[in-house]
Design a protein around this ligand. Structure first.
Ligand SMILES: C[S@@+](CC[C@H](N)C(=O)[O-])C[C@H]1O[C@@H](n2cnc3c(N)ncnc32)[C@H](O)[C@@H]1O
Length: 231
């Protein structure tokens, strides 16, 4: 489904300030080489997106400026990472990280992540990151939340048995909402055993820009890790 045809939109603006020439050049030259093309029919083979078969495929939905995605890609060169983000300034920022670090294992979809998720085969993702997603605080907008009843079937379908879903947020109403929906769904298992497991960001979870903004304001952040239970 084309994002413009979607009834429920989960993101805000698609562009911000005009891109600097260097960033625009990355959009014009690097993005076409890294862009994920969704097949008109059939499924998208995620492993085939990368020059060599990756040991695992991870995806980040709404990567913002791309700092977390780029750090994960650098730390795990054997893993293939797919990043999805409709905000073009964020895409340009990720491309800049990719170019600077010479990353070979990142592919980019500059639109609604649900297009990619819907095209992926069952059980094809080993890890999914949804970090500081738009909280959509008004009750009438809750249906736009990425973690929620409207998307859990899709997420459960594409995650491999034992795959990890990571969700971070500083918006406590969204945290409660996400916990409520994930805990009552027996396809997901919360991996926390003690408060430190969700109050403290794990070492292998690099910070994002929105986390840093929240901490600068003095807001607490929550880090949730769920496992896709075996089918
Ligand atoms: C609040 S920002 C957080 C960005 C980043 N994850 C961070 O923590 O700094 C949420 C991002 O999710 C993106 N987003 C929202 N819905 C999306 C969707 N359906 N597919 C891909 N990205 C989406 C928005 O464009 C926005 O950049």
């Amino acid at each position: 489904m084309n994002a413009d045809e979607r009834v429920i939109r989960t993101y805000g603006r698609r562009s911000g300030h005009k891109l600097r020439p260097g960033r625009q050049n990355l959009i014009d030259t690097l993005l076409p080489r890294l862009r994920v093309n969704i097949p008109q029919a059939g499924t998208l083979d995620p492993a085939a997106l990368f020059p060599t078969t990756p040991s695992a495929v991870w995806m980040e939905v709404g990567f913002g400026g791309g700092e977390h995605l780029a750090a994960q890609a650098a730390a795990h060169p054997d893993v293939g990472l797919i990043g999805c983000e409709p905000f073009i300034n964020g895409v340009a920022s990720l491309l800049s990280h990719i170019e600077t670090a010479g990353l070979k294992n990142v592919r980019v979809y500059d639109d609604d992540a649900r297009d990619v998720l819907e095209a992926l085969p069952d059980g094809s993702l080993d890890r999914l990151f949804i970090l500081f997603p738009d909280p959509w605080p008004k009750a009438r907008h809750h249906k736009r939340r990425l973690i929620g009843p409207g998307n859990l079937d899709l997420l459960a379908r594409v995650l491999a048995d034992g795959a990890e879903l990571r969700f971070g947020s500083d918006h406590m109403d969204y945290v409660r909402w996400a916990l409520w929906h994930l805990l009552e769904d027996d396809r997901f298992e919360w991996l926390a055993r003690r408060p430190g497991d969700w109050r403290v960001r794990p070492d292998d979870w690099p910070p994002t820009r929105y986390e840093e903004k929240a901490l600068a304001k003095g807001d607490a952040c929550v880090f949730l890790r769920f496992r896709r239970r075996p089918r």
